[in-house]
Write a protein that binds this ligand. Structure first.
Ligand code: SUD
Ligand code: ADP
Length: 289
């Protein structure tokens, strides 16, 4: 029987960098949420592991053998004796190297499918360990619901039921590798990064109160990403000037940016205008959760 999982885009509504650890990784504090749309992954369980990738951004994702889906499956197989594997099919729809964790979400979806095929509970520690070994952003994608993420991505808060957030995601078509953006920030191992503390997020905030908190937060990777890809400044300006946009910010290490809108109608209107003016940009409207 074919098992199917969605791999939704990950959005960093905030991303504060607290410093750089001695091992080179950066300590983060980030409110992460997930879009309604993303890639789609299926698994036909069986003894051998394989992957085929199709879809508009399949070529951009690189060689199938290096795909994070296979890397996650191998990490789990190293930890679980006699794991049933199988044939994965990935339909790649999200832009690649885009700050919305497409590869991480695909890897997490692969782990969920393998858990289902093997009767493993989602809170099995080996699943979390395989996620961590695959990439810093994979653990948060295992259970794709809004939550705070800390450490380098391994310290996860409880599910947050956020007030409805209508978002427009915009990617200008420039790939940005995460490590280059962290490199551009230029922190030395062991060095702290100073900035205002992250606002507290109570679970029952109204949309207005949530937006006010988010405005006090920031994405500390935005300036560095903007130097590497100046078009990010244009995307933020276009989103920020759109009617009904309450907040425009970059997600992760970029270059995808999001605008938060008053209503689905306002987001749809802005999408039409931005599509007309920038036909080469990838644009998606979605509810975040
Ligand atoms: C920046 C974030 C924010 O959510 O998202 P993206 O922009 O990638 O979507 C993540 O921390 C990215 O996580 P992920 O893309 O899984 O990272 P990895 O593959 O483990 O590492 C990629 C590169 O980023 C660096 N890295 C990653 C995470 C972190 N907390 N500190 C780092 O310095 C690593 O040293 C490596 O050079
Ligand atoms: N399933 C996948 N989807 C996207 N990229 C992948 C995948 N597997 C491996 N990669 C590689 O991972 C890198 C990061 O991709 P992605 O997760 O899209 O970016 P980001 O971390 O910026 O959100 C890319 O360089 C890409 O070649």
């Amino acid at each position: 029987m074919t098992l199917i999982a969605r791999a939704p885009a990950k959005i960093n509504l905030s991303l504060h960098i607290l410093g750089r650890r001695d091992d080179g990784y950066h300590e983060l504090e980030s409110l992460v949420a997930f879009a309604g749309s993303g890639d789609v992954l299926s698994l036909d369980p069986g003894p051998a592991l394989s992957l085929t990738v199709a879809g508009p951004t399949a070529a951009a994702a690189g060689s199938d053998n290096d795909n994070l889906v296979l890397r996650a499956a191998r990490e789990l197989a190293d930890r679980v004796p006699r794991l049933t594997l199988g044939s994965f099919r990935l339909t790649k729809l999200l832009p690649v190297a885009a700050g919305i964790g497409g590869g991480s979400s695909d890897a997490a979806a692969a782990l969920r499918l393998l858990a289902e095929a093997n009767g493993l509970p989602l809170d099995d520690a080996r699943l979390f360990a395989a996620a961590q070994a695959t990439g810093a952003d994979v653990p948060v994608c295992l259970r794709p619901r809004a939550r705070m993420m800390r450490g380098i991505g391994e310290r996860l808060g409880d599910d947050l039921i956020l007030a409805p957030l209508v978002a427009l995601l915009v990617n200008p078509g420039v790939k940005l590798e995460t490590r280059h953006v962290f490199g551009r920030i230029g922190l030395q191992p062991g060095q702290a990064h100073h900035g205002a503390v992250h606002p507290e997020l109570a679970p029952d905030l109204s949309t207005e109160a949530l937006l006010a908190r988010l405005r006090r937060a920031r994405n500390d990777m935005e300036d560095a990403a903007g130097v590497l890809a100046p078009v990010i400044g244009d995307v933020l300006a276009v989103l920020g000037a759109a009617r009904g946009c309450r907040l425009a910010r970059m997600s992760g290490s970029g270059a995808t940016c999001f605008g938060l809108f008053d209503s689905c109608r306002a987001a749809a209107r802005a999408m039409q205008v931005i599509r007309r003016d920038h036909p080469g940009w990838w644009i998606k409207s979605t509810l975040l959760r």
